[in-house]
Each structure stands twice: as C-alpha cells, then as structure tokens.
Design a protein around this ligand. Structure first.
Ligand SMILES: Nc1nc2c(c(=O)[nH]1)N[C@@H](CN(C=O)c1ccc(C(=O)N[C@@H](CCC(=O)O)C(=O)O)cc1)CN2
Ligand SMILES: NCC(=O)N[C@@H]1O[C@H](COP(=O)([O-])[O-])[C@@H](O)[C@H]1O
Length: 217
C-alpha cells in the first residue's frame, strides 16, 4: 500500500505539486489522502482538486484560540490516518500539544539553512546579512519553531545583485528536489526519528543535515 500522507498548505502549493507530480510519475510511492489549507484562496487547493485529492479549508480566524484551531485541525487530519503530515508552506505556528501529537511524523520545509534565519522573510534577511549562501531545510516539526531535527538541506549562492524574489525562485527549485526526496526516504523507512534525533540508513547519509550536494554523492 502506498505511504499515506496529509499535506497542509496556506498558499500556492508548488511543493504540494512537486509531491503530486513525483507520485504520478512513479518516483514517489505516496498516497496524498487530503490537502488542508487555513486560507480559502490558497491556489494549492486548486492543485489538489485537479489531482482528485480531497480538500479541507480551516480558517484560523474563526477560532477563539490557537489551541481550538489546532484541535479541529488534528481531528480532520486523524480521520485520514496518515503516516506523515507534510507542512508545505503552512503558515501557522502550531501549538506544543499539536507538535507533540505528531512528533516524529510531521515535516516542514523551511526556506533557510537552519539554524540560520528561523521564522519569516528569510530571503531578504539573508541578503541583508550579506550571507554568501542561502538555501532550504527539510526538518521534523518540533514545538519550538523551526528547531526540529534537520533531515536534508540544499544550498545556493547569493549573487551580488540578488533580490529576495530572485533568491526565492532559486530556493523554490531546490525545495522541489529535496522535499520529495525526504518524503521518499521516510516512506522507505530509511530514516528513523527517536528522542528528537534523526538517524539514517548508512546508504543515504552518515549524519543528518548534510547538504543535498553531499548527500547524493
Ligand atoms: N510548532 C511549530 N509550528 C510550525 C513550525 C515549527 O517548526 N514548529 N514550522 C512552521 C513553518 N514556518 C517556517 O518554516 C513558519 C510559519 C509561520 C510562521 C508565523 O510567524 N506565522 C504567524 C502568521 C504568519 C502569517 O499568517 O503570514 C502565526 O502563526 O501567528 C513562522 C514560521 C509552521 N508551524
Ligand atoms: N516559514 C515557512 C515558509 O516560509 N515556507 C515556505 O513557503 C513556501 C511555500 O511555497 P508553496 O506554497 O509554493 O509550496 C516555500 O518556499 C516554503 O519554503
């Protein structure tokens, strides 16, 4: 049986599309059981519908608290019994109890080389900090924001005339490579998560957080 996952989005859904495409092309043996967005106008919902994937919209503004939103979100997710919850541009900070409920089975893609630039507006912050390189991290989600164990990263140079828009485009391309790869590794049981740490099948990576370019040597 294909590896069941649920994907959470808030926007365009290009990372969702990468998972859909790789699944349809037979490169990734996953079943996307549902896509859930906190924004009704997220284009990713259109992508899911076009792929015949059930969708849900859960407007966080309709809830009195972050906890109430997360409780409802968890009830929807657990109807689908996923082995993995994928945050793909999901722009809500999740409560500690939610993060603990899915500990070791929830991933996020973050547009920076963690632990640098946690939070938002990472591309402009990297440029403003005069970094030479920037990139993306795929990590397990922990209660602490953008602090979960890193599975894989990919990096790109920051050009002298780089803008946040041009950098975001480069990082997006890297995301669409490493996010499906991380999901593939988990679907094949080649990564284990225990006590907040990641261990890898030696045939993949000798240690977590290695860069994409090293990981695939
Ligand atoms: N408990 C955790 N929740 C989330 C994590 C995490 O690691 N632990 N990752 C984020 C994803 N993310 C960065 O990768 C991120 C998303 C959203 C925010 C944020 O400040 N959100 C604001 C609202 C912003 C908006 O609506 O545009 C908020 O929730 O108040 C920071 C980082 C997902 N959740
Ligand atoms: N802090 C979380 C965050 O900024 N995530 C970022 O949102 C974008 C979603 O794009 P998509 O909707 O096209 O997949 C991606 O670039 C992802 O790294």
């Amino acid at each position: 049986m294909s590896f069941p996952i649920v994907v959470l989005i808030s926007g365009s859904g290009s990372n969702l599309q990468a998972l859909i495409d790789q699944s349809l092309q037979g490169q990734l043996d996953v079943k996307i059981r549902a896509v859930i967005s906190n924004k009704a106008d997220a284009y990713g919902l259109e992508r899911a519908k076009a792929a015949g994937i059930p969708t849900h919209t859960l407007n966080h503004r309709l809830f009195d608290s972050r906890e109430a939103f997360d409780t409802e979100l968890q009830q929807i997710i657990d109807q689908y019994s996923p082995k993995l919850v994928i945050l793909a541009g999901f722009m809500r900070i999740l409560t500690e109890s939610f993060a603990r409920h899915y500990e070791g089975r929830m991933l996020n893609v973050h547009p920076s080389l963690l632990p640098k630039f946690k939070g938002l507006n990472t591309h402009q912050r990297a440029i403003d900090a005069k970094e030479n390189e920037h990139g993306v991290s795929v990590h397990f989600v922990s209660a602490e924001l953008d602090a979960g164990a890193v599975i894989i990263q990919a990096s790109t140079d920051i050009a002298h005339d780089e803008t946040a828009e041009s950098l975001a485009k480069k990082v997006h391309s890297l995301e669409h490579i490493i996010y499906p790869l991380a999901v593939k590794w988990l679907s094949e049981d080649r990564i284990t998560f225990h006590d907040g740490k990641v261990s890898f099948d030696q045939k993949i990576l000798p240690e977590s957080g290695m860069r994409y370019n090293e990981a695939l040597k």
